[in-house]
Design a protein around this ligand. Structure first.
Ligand SMILES: Cc1ncc(COP(=O)(O)O)c(C=O)c1O
Length: 327
C-alpha cells in the first residue's frame, strides 16, 4: 500500500470477531482503533480538529497548538503538528504515564507540567486554567478544547460510516466508551441515522461524574471524567454501564491470554460491558465494541501484577470467578 503522508493512515480500522466467549446468545465484535498510526482513535480527532481549524482560519502556517491532555489526544496532536509543521504545547499533570511523556518529547512537543490539584486529587481545573493563562498572553495560539469542541464528535461520523459499511447495516448494539463524549455522541448520532433500529450502550468508569454519580478514585484512563463534558448527549444513549477498574483490567488480561489482543483499559471496560449486555439482556444478534487504543503503553501498569497489587487489585483472586462465569 502506498500513502502520500502519515495522516493518510488514519481511520478505516479493522473489525475482528471474538471467539473466546462461546456460551452466549450474541456474536461479539471489536473495532481496533489502536490500529491508527500512533495508536488510538484520537489520531482521527487530532487530524479532523486541526484541519477544521485550518479551514476556519483559526490556525496559520507555522502556528502553535495548545491542549490540556496527558494522553491520546496530546499524542495525536503532537504527531499531526509534526506532519503539518505546527508547534505543540501540551499541558499535562503528574499523573501522566512516563511512556506518554516520552512519546510527547519524541515528537518535540513543549511540556507544561501543572502541580496543583483540586480536593478530589484531579488536575483538570488547573490544567484548563493554565491553558487559559497562556492563551491570554498568546491569543494567536489555537486551543482545540476537546471537551467542548463540536469537531470532536463530528470526527466520528466517519467512524460510524465505517461500521455501517463493515456490517452492511446488520448490527444490533454498539458499545462505546465515554470520556470527553466525542466517540459516544458522534458515533451514536450518525449510526442511528444509518441503522435506525440500533441500540447504543455507553461505558463509563465507576468514580466518574459524567452521569450524576459520586466522584471516586479510578485507575482507568481515557474513560470517565471529573466534569460533565458539554459534548454529552444523553438522549442518544440507550444504556449506560459503569465498569470498575478491576473488571476492566481483568478483561484486558483475559483477552490477551485467550485471543492475543493487547488493548488499553477502556477497551477492557468496553468488552466487559458488551459481555454483560449479551448475557443480561439475552441479545440474539451482533454486538460491536469500539476499542479506543492499543495495550503496548500499559505493559507496566494494567498488565503488571505488581502495579495492580499496589492498587489493591489481585488478579489471581479474580481469575477463578471470572473464568467460571465467562468462558
Ligand atoms: C483510551 C481512551 N478510551 C476512551 C476515551 C474516551 O473517548 P472520548 O473522549 O471520545 O469520549 C479516550 C479519550 O481520550 C481514550 O483515550
Amino acid at each position: 500500500m502506498l500513502y502520500n503522508n502519515y495522516l493518510e493512515l488514519i481511520g478505516n480500522t479493522p473489525v475482528v470477531k471474538l471467539n473466546t466467549f462461546r456460551n452466549i446468545p450474541s456474536e461479539l465484535f471489536i473495532k481496533l482503533e489502536g490500529n491508527n498510526p500512533v495508536g488510538s482513535m484520537k489520531d482521527r480527532v487530532a487530524k479532523h480538529i486541526v484541519e477544521s481549524a485550518e479551514r476556519n482560519y483559526l490556525l496559520k502556517k507555522g502556528g502553535t497548538i495548545i491542549e490540556s491532555s496527558s494522553g491520546n489526544l496530546a499524542i495525536g496532536l503532537a504527531m499531526v503538528s509534526r506532519v503539518k509543521g505546527y508547534n505543540m504545547i501540551c499541558v499535562v499533570d503528574p499523573k501522566i504515564s512516563p511512556i506518554n511523556l516520552s512519546i510527547l518529547r519524541a515528537y518535540n512537543a513543549q511540556i507544561i507540567m501543572v502541580t496543583d490539584c483540586d480536593e478530589s486529587g484531579n488536575y483538570l481545573e488547573t490544567r484548563i486554567n493554565t491553558v487559559k493563562k497562556v492563551l491570554k498572553d498568546n491569543p494567536e495560539y489555537y486551543w482545540p478544547n476537546q471537551y467542548n469542541n463540536p469537531w470532536n464528535p463530528e470526527t466520528h461520523k466517519k467512524t460510524a460510516r465505517e461500521i455501517y459499511n463493515d456490517f452492511n447495516g446488520e448490527l444490533e448494539w454498539l458499545v462505546l466508551p465515554i470520556g470527553t463524549a466525542g466517540l459516544a455522541t458522534g458515533c451514536a448520532e450518525e449510526i442511528k441515522k444509518l441503522i435506525p433500529s440500533i441500540k447504543i450502550m455507553v461505558v463509563d468508569a465507576i468514580g466518574s461524574v459524567i452521569f450524576d454519580r459520586p466522584p471516586g478514585k479510578r485507575h482507568l484512563t481515557g474513560i470517565g471524567a471529573s466534569i460533565v463534558p458539554p459534548n454529552v448527549r444523553r438522549e442518544l444513549y440507550d444504556e449506560i454501564m459503569h465498569v470498575s477498574d478491576k473488571d476492566a483490567f481483568y478483561m484486558n488480561r483475559f483477552l490477551a491470554s485467550k485471543e492475543g489482543i493487547l488493548v488499553g483499559g477502556s477497551s477492557g471496560a468496553a468488552i466487559y460491558a458488551a459481555l454483560k449486555l449479551a448475557i443480561e439482556m439475552n441479545v440474539k444478534g451482533r454486538i460491536l465494541s469500539v476499542l479506543p487504543d492499543r495495550g503496548d503503553r500499559y505493559v507496566d501498569t494494567i498488565y503488571s501484577d505488581s502495579w495492580l497489587l499496589e492498587r489493591g487489585i489481585d488478579m489471581k483472586k479474580i481469575a477463578s470467578n471470572f473464568d467460571l462465569v465467562f468462558s
